[in-house]
Ligand binder design. Structure first.
Ligand code: NAD
Ligand code: TYD
Length: 334
């Protein structure tokens, strides 16, 4: 039986992945280790709270004693745990270095000591840096440009070194920007949808023409599962959907779907070191047998509908601690 240690499973992608695994493989066990930072939220997995196949452990991946105590009971490790927001990494990089690099090292050491069948490190397309034309393939050089992406690049290569040095059976997906339900309302799509539903300004950085390749989170979950099961040891897999969109185009659709006018579009100071464009060659994962199944425009409309129907989930996240952070860091822009 597969017994997973999923870290960061109460965040956006991790919680969607846990839900995906339980609905796809009823006979599995999952331990979810999460520190519950501002981005971790037990509401994301409320439906599994009393499920005997599921155990939540509140803790830090940097806690070697705790991680070591969990490892003997699992045979698959999936590390989602990270500080994940570029803007926060610009303001205070410390936690990114600790969690994204050191925390990953702690997990690797425990996995090496106890032995696991698979160790999947959730990396990101941001490790390549920005690309004006063309697409990055898995063998291209890493040129990360924010403290977030640099910390992810460090972990990505550290994981690879455990394959080369210790033969730990690792796989490393590099996914593009995800969107969908349960995304903390600070990233472009979740922030803009929730702001638009409240008829608040949508702060567009710079000229709004930066491009990201948007991937619906359920498509990403299917890709991650395939990589976990069929990926070759030590290999990197790009995961993108080919949905290259400028931020202003996404903004326009969100305004249309929420019934708002373009008056909410507010151009603000650009992000420092703002990557212009991300784009991935996905030939390798396509050969493994995956293609994204969701159309971008309809998945975005479904996502808008989810946030419209689930105010209970996000309204409280936009008050209290989050609001304080938001006001301190962004008041000059709004
Ligand atoms: P998220 O910020 O929503 O969730 C991160 C989770 O990690 C939270 O539940 C948080 O509490 C937990 N966490 C943070 N520090 C921890 C620690 N020290 N110990 C234990 N748990 C800790 O992030 P997300 O958007 O779901 O991203 C998940 C992973 O996927 C990250 O590794 C991120 O780099 C990667 N990724 C994200 C995207 C994207 O578009 N969101 C794209 C590619 C890769
Ligand atoms: P984000 O969702 O933070 O993802 P990432 O920077 O990791 O790709 O940002 C996506 C794009 O949207 C990026 O070009 C920055 C831009 N953006 C805004 O214009 N305004 C915002 O308030 C945010 C959060 C992002």
């Amino acid at each position: 039986m597969k017994k997973y240690l999923i870290t960061g499973g109460a965040g956006f992608i991790g919680s969607n992945f846990i839900r995906y695994l339980f609905s796809t493989y009823p006979d599995i066990r999952i331990v979810n280790l999460d520190k519950l930072t501002y981005a971790g939220n037990l509401d994301n997995l409320k439906d599994f709270e009393h499920d005997s196949r599921y155990r939540f452990v509140h803790g830090d991946i940097c806690d070697a004693g705790l991680v070591d105590s969990l490892m003997p009971d699992v045979n698959v490790v999936v590390n989602f745990a990270a500080e994940s927001h570029v803007d926060r990494s610009i303001g205070s990089p410390d936690e990114f270095i600790k969690t994204d690099i050191f925390g990953c090292f702690v997990l690797l050491e425990a996995a090496r000591k106890h032995g696991v069948d698979r160790f999947m490190q959730i990396s990101t397309d941001e490790v390549y840096g920005s690309i004006e034309n063309g697409r990055f393939s898995e063998t291209d050089a890493l040129m990360p440009s924010s403290p977030y992406s640099a910390s992810k690049a460090g972990a990505d290569r550290l994981v690879y070194s455990y394959y080369v040095t210790y033969k730990l059976p690792v796989v490393i997906p590099r996914s593009s920007n995800n969107f969908g339900p349960y995304q903390f309302p600070e990233k472009l799509i979740s922030l803009f949808i929730t702001n638009a539903l409240d008829e608040k300004a949508l702060p567009i950085y710079g000229d709004g023409r930066n491009v990201r390749d948007w991937l619906y989170v359920m498509d990403n979950c299917e890709a991650l599962d395939l990589i976990l099961n069929k990926g070759r040891d030590g290999e990197v897999y790009n995961v993108g959907a080919g949905n290259e969109k400028m931020n202003i185009d996404i903004t326009t659709q969100i305004l249309r779907d929420t019934g708002n006018s373009e008056a909410l579009m507010t151009y603000v100071e650009d992000r420092k070191g703002h990557d212009r464009r991300y784009a991935l060659d996905i030939g390798k994962i396509t050969s493994l047998g995956w293609t994204p199944r969701h159309n971008f425009e309809s998945a975005l409309s479904e996502t808008v509908a989810w946030y419209r129907d689930n105010r209970w989930w996000w309204e409280k996240l936009k008050s209290g601690e989050y609001l304080e952070y938001y006001q301190n860091h962004y008041k000059r822009k709004l």
